[in-house]
Design a protein around this ligand. Structure first.
Ligand SMILES: NC(=O)c1ccc[n+]([C@@H]2O[C@H](COP(=O)([O-])OP(=O)(O)OC[C@H]3O[C@@H](n4cnc5c(N)ncnc54)[C@H](OP(=O)(O)O)[C@@H]3O)[C@@H](O)[C@H]2O)c1
Length: 228
């Protein structure tokens, strides 16, 4: 069966994807900051391996690749942070530490993961990298301003994803840059319109269909192409 590595697997979208891929019979390498405290993740059955991974640590991606040590069909960089509460995302309120940490977790870590895992992905059957972005990272779609911590980190991730799709094409690796929708998680809040189940269904359908021909696009989980 195929093998997936997913970060931020202890709650929210990462946990829901892990659950669904296990139900589908995949081997899942689930990465999270605190495996001992990840009760919901530890309770899942199936071909599951749980790894310690902190996206703020630049050494963590290479350590994770060493620990996984087998061909990886799908590398899913899902872990992410808002980076600051709403008030501290506003003009005039931004903390440099918040800003740098968001960039480190949301953009640098996925790039370092891609670099660390490219060989293992290239050795697999499916050869896919998925980046969990956000339409908040779209410059063309920004009609409400603010978000000075979160927006640039996801815009940087989008730029990275586009370059990865070009640079890894010769190795047969396709790259999806994705917006999961507005989803009921700790980050999305309870008034979000989508359940994690609905978002996971849409995203996994797109991941299944991802090919070199569609690589490097920015997708809403609904299948709509989003503007940069
Ligand atoms: N929910 C939405 O509406 C929405 C919309 C657009 C994009 N997204 C994106 O979807 C992804 C998942 O978000 P979510 O909604 O599932 O949010 P969530 O429930 O807040 O989960 C975030 C996940 O990221 C992990 N994480 C945060 N910082 C980390 C770090 N330094 N190292 C390792 N893991 C870390 C968290 O682990 P801990 O438990 O250790 O903190 C948690 O597993 C994010 O990239 C987010 O930007 C979500």
């Amino acid at each position: 069966m195929p093998v997936i590595v997913i970060t931020g697997a202890n709650r929210g979208l990462g946990l829901a994807h892990t659950h669904r891929y296990l139900e589908r019979g995949w081997t899942v390498h689930a990465a999270c900051r605190d495996p001992e405290a990840a009760d919901a993740l530890n309770a899942l059955g199936g071909d599951l391996f749980i790894h310690r991974y902190d996206a703020a640590d630049p050494a963590a991606p290479a350590d994770l690749a060493d620990a996984v040590g087998q061909p990886v069909d799908v590398l899913f960089a899902n872990a992410g942070v808002m980076g600051a509460e709403r008030g501290r995302q506003a003009f005039g309120q931004v903390s440099p530490d918040d800003w740098m940490n968001a960039l480190r977790v949301n953009a640098l870590a996925p790039l370092l993961l891609a670099q660390a895992f490219a060989d293992l992905v290239a050795q697999s059957h499916e050869k896919k990298i998925v980046l969990q972005s956000s339409r908040m990272g779209s410059i063309a779609d920004n009609d409400s301003g603010s978000g000075y911590v979160y927006r640039p980190s996801k815009a940087a991730l989008n730029a990275i994803g586009k370059s990865l799709s070009i640079d890894l094409k010769d190795r047969g690796i396709s790259v999806a840059i994705m917006h999961p929708g507005w989803v009921q998680t700790d980050m999305g809040g309870s008034s979000a319109p989508l359940s994690t189940d609905e978002a996971v269904t849409g995203q996994q359908k797109l991941i299944d269909a991802l090919s070199l021909e569609t690589s490097g696009s920015f997708w809403h989980q609904s299948g709509e192409l989003l503007p940069w």
